[in-house]
Write a protein of this length. Sequence first.
Length: 725
Amino acid sequence: MIENVLDVKEIILHKNEPLALKLVAIQPETQEGFENAKKVLLAVEQIAIGISPYDKSRLNDINIGHWDLYRYGDVSASSIRIPLFKTLPARNPNADVKPNSVVAIDFGTKSTTVGIIDESGEKRLLRVGSRTSGEIKKEDYENPTIMEFRHIPAFQIAYSSCKTRPLTALEDLCISHIAANHQNEALAEDFSRFFSKLKQWAGYGKTYRVKDQDNNTISLKEFLHIGSDERNLNPIEIYAYYLARFINTMDNGIYTTYLLSYPDKFSKEVREQIRASFERGIKKAIPYAVLTNPNNSIKVEQIATEPAAYAICALDEYGFMREKFLKRSLEVYYGVFDFGGGTTDFDFGVLSLSQTKGYTYRLEHFGGGGDEKLGGENLLEFLAYEAFKQNLERMRESGCKFSESPFPDPELNDAIRDQVDNSEEARRNSAAMIKVLRLIVENIQAYEEFGDLSNTSFDLCTSDGDNVSVSLQIESKKLIAQLTQKIQAGVEKFFQEFLATARSHFPSPSKDDGLLLHIFLGGNAARSPIVKEAFEALIKRESKGGISFELHAPLGTPEADDEIVRQFGASAIEQDLAKKVTCKTGVVFGLLESRPSNRRIEIISSVGVNDDAKFKYFLGTGDAKEFNLVIDRNALHDGSKQLFLDHAHFTEYELLYTPDQRAADEREDYSPKELNAKLKTIRLDKAYGEDDSIYIQAKGANGIQVSVISKADDSVLYSVDYILE
């Protein structure tokens, strides 16, 4: 039997580890060095992640002890013995393992949320990036998905110096609230040291470059090619490591089971790489004695998509997961409009009582696509671009540029192009504009009433890097109208996705026995009154022919609380912010509710964690005025070849593709620009026969194989693969 606390007269560490180097330098075998060594040991988490030092009792109380003094296993040639002036209590980290607790992580495009269910069965959120004193705010639990690279080589040396719990330094690399606050204060030349596109980098096969404050530049490999070699900088692994350092401390204990939400629009390989990156990062933060104990198993599992997890939480919070209700209603059909910071996701499904022994409820969800650009932060970038366009001449006169819009600009011309680039100066200028526009977006009704902002002064940066104060005119009402148009288009996409899902999975409605769809709004951006108004207009227009809709406010808003109070009374509203379910934290609570060991909910998914993502594009032809749908994306889901063209006697053909469900709307004609369609030129190796045909087969979420098929014997004459981005 191994004792939980041992008195040690020496510390054994890896000789190249920063903690070992610090301790050796201060000579803990002397009385003065011993006291300084104790200060370092109490400050290990402060150095790594910025939280307060441990209490002195950690080293003074013989029944408490310190993890980093404990040695598990044999001493190797790479170890170093550091003598101590007096004995100190070393704590076995295995004594702090919480085998019955579960951590849930919603790894979001713009922010990441963490929650736990502890050994008493209580669910609560964790502040993993904000440990400041003073009043706790709900934003403390929404951790920005951003990293700041200050000294890349120093961090990499520390990170790879030992197998687990390296003494990395916050001054070399930081994440979350700290990094976001630094970005808000940064000068233009410092913007490249901040990296916030972690999920975009993972999901879309792009490469990025980051530069630290010492001008060290790192090119990030494509995510699927990065592997597990620590010499290859993997921001997702590092972000997970920092999260785990916050979660697994000597005050909190050690957690071994982690649940991740996953984006079903990413390929199976990408989803698994995200999971594996999180697992490596989490293990790096956990003491080696725990990892090598055969009684422990660190599990990182992906169990539900973000909108599906939110649906579980919303159905529960709004009272649909009541056996009496379901016995009366039999089935509840739902749709989730998850309007986040970076993307908008749709999910449709049905809740019923489970017929499987051991489960109470059955939730079958079918996915439903979404909009990869329609996110709250992306919309702010769009509005910043439009606001600068309103002041194009003034920007030109002052020598200031701004960032491009995340959406295609139908008014784009050379005058605008000349003022747009992706420089650090342009990004800083756009960030300055976004600060002002955020106030407008969060107080829309007031600005609709009072109108425009005139002669508003902005501290901008010229292309030469000089600071300059520029007075701009902001046409608030015009910006709000443009914002409204974007959101209305997103709501229309949601409705088209619902129609497509209803045709495949929901019963055909009749006048006597209609279909009721419960719409749950999720994501922080869904709190905008524009979203509610857009859905109310949709419901008024489409509630006919046996279909009706019921709109439910985003969780955590006063409207949602009022609805819950009407059903269950005032005591149903949680006042503790760590336990408060909101439109953002609902995903984490949904993950905890659907944990595999719970067996309360049987989850049936059209795209399971082990399934590849569905092909996401509608394929067609057309010109500038009209998109002509040729192949519906649903026709390609089963891997079959679909006819694209009935001739192959040219060497080049143009293919239009779009993820927009409105492309399949037979009631309306949309232009490629309205659908954000992109063009791909299909090139054959030669001209084939006029009667030969061109077929297309899906390869994963965004790949296609184009084949020329002979009319004579149906043989494949030629094939070529393309990636659609």
